[in-house]
Design a protein around this ligand. Structure first.
Ligand code: MG
Length: 392
């Protein structure tokens, strides 16, 4: 006899975990899946979405064509899911839910990473702005079109809540139940809290690896930061003659392992002290219960600061970012000025949203179209639009 999802929940989850029995359900009710839990179904819908496949060709920090070994949005996403699942299982939280949130958390990212988002946000300044968290929600709520009975993926409230990591009060007012916690200052589920930190653990660690590979940061700099310095010391003590790349990998795996262990242990202690009896009580806590210890938080923040100054602001990352912004701006402007330059489905949407919501509607369709592009598609579109000899 296969085990029913609700029996698995009862056996495996802590009382404060988000069991399906506590879910607020889907926007549109659907018959329950047979063998999977509802959160597994969310995860599977995300994996089968178009936006998920596009993550492969979207920038994390390094633009896709800069090298095959750098993280892309997709491999970043998989690393977040891996880290989040480990921590969820250790804390008896809902592993299916954290996996769904992790796999969807970056679906709304533009081509060219944060530079793309900033450029699109500038273009949308007079039309309601652009923000990637909200865009991820738009992708799963509206833009994916693959089911006969509804637009979007019709995901559960809990997965959608986890995707919407941040939100302004102004936006929150437009989001109904989902926006409430930003207005009331309450917490999301533990699974959402955990995936949020898993994202940071993932990028802090893999950006060190990618930054070293690119030669934009070096080992000498990392030795000066107490957290990574101690890890290099430990690796060098144990393995005197390690080839450079293996030495780096040994440091990076320790970075992930130590942060994960700290997060699991300090969160377990906080949960034991607060003793929430249900996932509902978790939401009323004054702050997130899934947190690093104070020491680890300090190390984590110092590393973030280092990466900000030395990697994300490195002149070559900056140069690529500025060039990418030019591409995004040019695409937005061209399509906004003449929506008929977009493929028929998008230009028809632009016409219909424009008649419903004026220029804001037209701009939103253009932003959706540009945000959905992969890096290489955006570059190809840019070239097609500019080159008079390119006749398609
Ligand atoms: Mg991320």
């Amino acid at each position: 006899m296969p085990t029913a999802p609700q029996d698995r929940d009862r056996l495996l989850l802590a009382q404060y975990a988000t069991a399906w029995s506590h879910s607020r359900g889907r926007l549109r009710e659907e018959p329950p899946p047979t063998y999977r839990s509802e959160f597994q179904r969310d995860r599977d819908r995300i994996i089968h979405s178009k936006a998920f496949r596009r993550l492969e060709y979207k920038t994390q920090v390094f633009v896709n064509h800069e090298g095959d070994l750098f993280r892309t949005r997709l491999t970043h996403t998989l690393e977040v899911a891996q880290i989040a699942r480990t921590m969820a299982r250790a804390l008896a939280l809902n592993e299916d839910l954290v996996e769904a949130i992790a796999l969807a958390h970056d679906l709304g990212h533009t081509p060219f990473g944060h530079a793309g988002q900033d450029a699109l946000n500038e273009c949308m300044r007079d039309f309601g702005g652009f923000e990637h968290n909200l865009q991820s929600l738009r992708v799963v709520d509206e833009l994916e079109q693959r089911y006969a009975e509804f637009d979007g993926l019709n995901l559960t409230f809990e997965t959608r809540e986890g995707i919407l990591k941040r939100c302004s009060r102004r936006q929150a007012r437009t989001l109904g139940e989902l926006g409430q916690r930003f207005l009331e200052g309450t917490q999301p589920s533990l699974e959402a809290q955990l995936t949020n930190v898993a994202d940071e653990v993932a990028y802090n660690s893999h950006d060190v690896d990618d930054g070293l590979r690119a030669g934009f940061i070096d080992v000498a700099q990392l030795r000066e930061i107490p957290f990574t310095g101690a890890l290099f010391d430990e690796v060098d003590r144990n393995y005197a003659e390690l080839p450079p790349r293996r030495r780096i990998y040994e440091v990076v795996r320790r970075m992930i392992g130590i942060q994960v262990a700290d997060l699991v242990e300090s969160s377990a202690a906080r949960l034991a002290a607060a003793a929430p009896q249900s996932p509902v009580e978790v939401r009323d806590a004054a702050q997130s219960l899934i947190r690093f210890s104070d020491d680890m938080l300090a190390s984590h923040t110092a590393l973030k600061r280092f990466l900000f100054h030395h990697l994300y602001r490195h002149y070559r990352v900056y140069r690529m970012a500025e060039k990418s912004k030019g591409v995004v701006r040019a695409l937005f402007q061209a399509f906004f000025d003449d929506p008929a330059l977009m493929p028929p489905q998008e230009s028809a949407r632009a016409r219909s949203l424009e008649s419903a919501a004026g220029e804001n509607g037209r701009a939103r369709v253009v932003a959706d179209y540009v945000a959905g592009m992969t890096d290489r598609y955006a570059i190809a579109e840019y070239q097609r639009l500019r080159d008079p000899l390119h006749l398609t």
